[in-house]
Design a protein around this ligand. Structure first.
Ligand code: DQA
Length: 144
């Protein structure tokens, strides 16, 4: 089976981007540690895009192929109704979606306190650094 791990804008910059907020691991580090934490028959398909349209296309693919999704929507979390509408199709199809954040947005600027994605997510994990991803994958392995 496959787990799709989708990452939104600026997350390709992890490692050098505000390490005090997001940690010093790169997205490749996170990919490698997730791959090492799942059984051999589970594929971690981790992707990143700064492009809203590309992320929406990947969510459509997950709906059509019924692949569980871990999504860090990054800044799109806070304002992309288009991404939310895509994610709602996962919910409609009963395909699990775990929203993840490295930081805890609720401790940060007010604009980060709102997620337009959470209302259609199965659940949300935030504030545990790269462990947020591991916790999400762990849950999907048991329920996905
Ligand atoms: C983030 C939090 C968002 O507010 C921010 O725009 C990001 C990363 C996180 O993982 O903590 O880019 O989603």
């Amino acid at each position: 089976s496959t787990i799709l791990v989708l990452n939104g804008p600026n997350l390709g910059r992890l490692g050098t981007r505000e390490p005090e907020v997001y940690g010093s691991e790169t997205l490749d580090d996170i990919r490698a540690s997730l791959a090492a934490s799942v059984p051999a028959d589970v594929e971690i398909d981790l992707r990143q895009s700064d492009d809203e349209a590309e992320l929406i296309g990947w969510i459509h693919e997950a709906v059509d192929r019924r692949i569980p999704v871990v999504l860090n929507p990054a800044a799109f979390t806070h304002y992309s109704y288009a991404l939310r509408d895509a994610a709602a199709q996962l919910k409609q199809a009963s395909v699990p979606l775990v929203e993840v954040h490295l930081s805890n947005p609720h401790t940060r600027e007010t604009f980060r306190h709102t997620s337009v994605i959470s209302g259609v997510a199965t659940g949300v994990i935030a504030g545990f650094g790269s462990d947020s991803y591991r916790l999400a994958v762990d849950w999907l392995l048991r329920h996905g």
